[in-house]
Design a protein. Structure first.
Length: 627
C-alpha cells in the first residue's frame, strides 16, 4: 500500500526562460506495482511581454559641431530584439516633437543597453529635441521616451566670433576709415557690423556720443570697411567695431583703443619764406626773388598752392628761373600772377630741406629808379594756401637805385682884385647829367680864408650864407642846370681859393666831378700920386639970352687956386669956341652972342678935368609988330 501520509507531488524543475505567449502544464504520475498511473488535466498559463523603458542622453555642440543621442533600453529581456528609432526635432525654444523630424535613425536592438543615434550636424543654432522609440519584440513591450525630457535636448550653441580692426590715419583734411575683420563665424555669418568713432582724445574713450557711426551688412567672414570720415580737428580717434551676430553666430565687439583701432590725425604747419636775390640793385639791372614753402607740422599739408601777384613796376618782365622738384613742374605765370600747385607737402620739412622752391627773375629794370629805401622799392608778397591748414604769407623787397651824375663848375671874377678896391663874384654852375632825376641836391661852399660873405643868389632853391654857404636846390631833373652867384669881400692878399661841393640823395656814376675850385688873386692896393685937376670954377653971368651979345667972365682954378695958361672949350647950340688962355688971375674974358636957346658947357682943356660948368641960354620974348 501507498503511504497515505504524503500525497504531494514533487515540484517540477524550473523551465528555461519562456518567451511571451500562452502555455499549458499537464502533470502525469506513472503507475507502479501498487498504483495505477494517472495524468492531470491540462493547465493553461501565459507569459506576458516584458515592460521596457527608454532613457536618453543627448549631446550638445556649437554650430558646426555634430550631436547625437544615446538611448538606454532597460527592462527588456535578455536577447531582446527589435529596433530603436531616433527622431530629432528643432530648433525650437520649447519641446515640439511633432511634424517631420529633421533627422531619423533606426538601430537594431540586441538586448538591454545603450544605443547611439549616430551624428547629426545642425545648420542652425538652438535647442534640438530627441525622441527615441523602442519597437519591442515578441517578448518585450515597445517604449518611447518623452520629447523634451531631461537628457533628450541637444543645444547647438552660436559660434563665437571675433572682430579685429585696422584703422587708417592721416593728416588734417584726410578721410579716415576702419576695416573690421570678422572671424570665427559659422555658416556664412549674416547680420551687421557697426563702426563707432570717438575722439579726438589723448587716451581711449569710447563712451558718450560717437562723432561718426556707420553700419554695414555682413555676408560671411572677412573684411568690412566703414565709410570715410574727415575729422576737422587733429588728434587721436578711436574706433570700436561691433558684430551683431545672427542665429548661428555670437555677437562680438572690439576693444576701444586696441592696436589697429586708433586713427591718428596729424596737423600740418605750412610756411612760406621769401628772400630777394639782392636788397639793392642799380637801375638797369635784373632783380629776383626766391620763395620756399615747407611744412613744420607732423601731418601732410594738402592742396598746397602758392600764388604771387608779381610787381608791376615799370620795366619789369617776370620769368620763372627755376622751380624745385616738389612742385612737379606745376609753376606758371599767367596774367601777371605766379601760381604753383596744388600739391601735397609732407610734414616734418624745413626751409633748408624743402624741395618746394621757385625762383623768379625780372628782365632789365626800367631806366628810372628811385630812392633806397623809398620810391625805388619793388615790393613782392607770396601767399601759400592749403585745404587743411589755412595759409601763410611772406614779403620781400628789392630797391632799384636811381643813378645820377651831378657835376659842378666854379669861376671867380675878377681874376685879380686889389684889396679894398671891390668884391669878388664867384659863379657856381651845377648840372645833373642823368640818366635819372636826383632829389635833395645840396651845394656847400666854405668861405675862403680872408673873405667874408656878402650875398648869394640861386636860379633854384634857397641859399644861406655865413662861414659856409649852403644852397638847398631840391629836385633836379636829368639835364637840368642851376647857377649860384656868390659875392665875397676879400680881407687879405694872396690867392683866394674857393671850393664848392654838390651832393644828392641818389648814388652817382661819377663822383670825380662833384667838387670845383676857383682862385682869385688879391693884391695889395698902392694909391697913385695926387694930381689936382683943373676946373672951371665960375662963369658969369649965369644966364645968356638969345640975340644978345654978352661978355662972359670965366674963372679957372686948380686945387682951389687961380690957374693961368688954361684954355676953355665952350660948346652950345650951334656954337663951339676955344678961348684964349687964362691970365695970371685965372680969368678969361669972352664975348658971345647965342642964336638958339639951350645949354652952354665950359670945359677946361687940360690933362685932368675935374669940373665943367654949364649955363643956360634963354630965348628972348619978341612982342608982335603992331600999327
Amino acid at each position: 500500500g501507498a503511504d497515505e501520509g504524503d500525497n504531494t507531488a514533487d515540484r517540477s524543475a524550473a523551465s528555461a526562460s519562456l518567451g511571451a505567449g500562452s502555455y499549458s502544464y499537464k502533470a502525469s504520475v506513472a503507475g507502479n506495482a501498487n498504483y495505477l498511473g494517472d495524468s492531470s488535466d491540462c493547465e493553461n498559463f501565459s507569459v506576458s511581454q516584458t515592460e521596457t523603458q527608454i532613457s536618453t542622453a543627448a549631446t550638445s555642440a556649437t554650430i558646426g559641431g555634430a550631436i547625437h543621442d544615446v538611448a538606454t533600453l532597460s527592462g527588456a529581456s535578455a536577447g531582446a530584439g527589435g529596433t530603436i528609432t531616433f527622431n530629432l526635432y528643432g530648433p525650437s525654444a520649447t519641446p515640439d516633437c511633432s511634424g517631420d523630424p529633421l533627422f531619423t535613425k533606426t538601430v537594431d536592438v540586441s538586448g538591454p543597453g545603450d544605443y547611439n543615434s549616430g551624428d547629426f550636424i545642425p545648420d542652425t543654432a538652438g535647442n534640438y529635441y530627441w525622441i527615441a522609440s523602442y519597437s519591442g519584440d515578441s517578448n518585450n513591450v515597445g517604449s518611447t521616451g518623452k520629447c523634451g525630457d531631461e537628457g533628450e535636448t541637444s543645444t547647438i550653441g552660436k559660434q563665437p566670433t571675433a572682430i579685429s580692426t585696422a584703422a587708417t590715419s592721416g593728416s588734417l583734411g584726410d578721410a579716415i576709415h576702419d576695416v573690421a575683420t570678422l572671424s570665427g563665424g559659422a555658416n556664412v555669418p549674416q547680420g551687421t557690423i557697426t563702426f563707432n568713432l570717438y575722439g579726438p582724445s589723448a587716451t581711449p574713450d569710447c563712451s558718450g556720443e560717437p562723432v561718426f557711426t556707420d553700419t554695414v551688412s555682413v555676408d560671411g567672414n572677412g573684411d568690412y570697411q566703414s565709410a570715410d570720415f574727415t575729422p576737422d580737428t587733429p588728434g587721436n580717434y578711436y574706433w570700436i567695431a561691433s558684430y551683431s551676430g545672427d542665429v548661428n553666430n555670437q555677437p562680438s565687439t572690439g576693444s576701444c583703443g586696441d592696436e589697429g583701432e586708433t586713427s591718428t590725425i596729424k596737423s600740418a604747419e605750412i610756411h612760406i619764406v621769401k628772400t630777394p636775390d639782392a636788397a639793392k640793385v642799380n637801375v638797369g639791372s635784373p632783380i629776383g626773388f626766391t620763395m620756399t614753402v615747407y611744412n613744420a607740422g607732423t601731418g601732410d599739408a594738402h592742396g598746397v598752392t602758392l600764388t604771387d601777384k608779381l610787381p608791376t613796376n615799370a620795366g619789369l618782365s617776370w620769368t620763372i628761373a627755376s622751380q624745385g622738384s616738389g612742385w612737379g613742374g606745376s609753376c606758371a605765370i599767367a596774367a601777371g600772377v605766379l601760381t604753383c600747385g596744388p600739391v601735397t607737402v609732407p610734414g616734418g620739412t624745413t626751409q633748408g630741406s624743402s624741395t618746394f622752391t621757385v625762383h623768379i627773375t625780372s628782365g632789365t629794370t626800367a631806366a628810372t629808379g628811385g630812392d633806397c629805401p623809398g620810391s625805388g622799392t619793388v615790393d613782392n608778397t607770396g601767399t601759400v594756401t592749403t585745404t587743411n591748414d589755412g595759409s601763410d604769407q611772406s614779403s620781400a623787397s628789392t630797391c632799384v637805385q636811381a643813378l645820377v651824375d651831378l657835376s659842378i663848375t666854379k669861376t671867380g671874377s675878377p681874376a685879380v682884385q686889389d684889396l679894398g678896391n671891390g668884391n669878388i663874384t664867384w659863379t657856381i654852375v651845377v648840372k645833373n647829367n642823368g640818366p635819372n632825376a636826383d632829389t635833395g641836391v645840396t651845394i656847400t661852399d666854405p668861405m675862403p680864408a680872408g673873405n667874408t660873405f656878402v650875398s648869394a643868389t640861386s636860379t633854384k632853391g634857397t641859399c644861406t650864407g655865413g662861414a659856409i654857404l649852403t644852397c638847398n636846390i631840391g629836385d633836379m631833373a636829368a639835364g637840368e642846370t642851376v647857377t649860384i652867384t656868390l659875392v665875397t669881400t676879400p680881407s687879405a692878399t694872396g690867392n683866394q681859393v674857393n671850393t664848392a661841393s654838390v651832393s644828392g640823395n641818389r648814388p652817382e656814376t661819377n663822383t670825380g666831378n662833384n667838387q670845383a675850385t676857383a682862385t682869385v688873386q688879391v693884391n695889395a692896393f698902392i694909391p697913385p700920386p695926387v694930381v689936382y685937376c683943373v676946373a672951371v670954377s665960375k662963369v658969369t653971368p649965369k644966364q645968356l639970352f638969345v640975340g644978345r651979345k654978352t661978355t662972359l667972365t670965366i674963372h679957372v682954378t686948380q686945387h682951389g687956386k687961380a690957374k693961368a695958361g688954361v684954355k676953355v672949350l665952350i660948346r652950345g647950340p650951334h656954337y663951339l669956341k676955344r678961348t684964349k688962355r687964362s691970365n695970371h688971375r685965372g680969368v678969361i674974358k669972352q664975348k658971345v652972342k647965342m642964336k638958339k636957346a639951350g645949354a652952354m658947357i665950359f670945359t677946361p682943356i687940360a690933362s685932368k678935368r675935374c669940373n665943367t660948368k654949364r649955363i643956360g641960354i634963354t630965348n628972348v620974348f619978341t612982342p608982335p609988330v603992331t600999327g
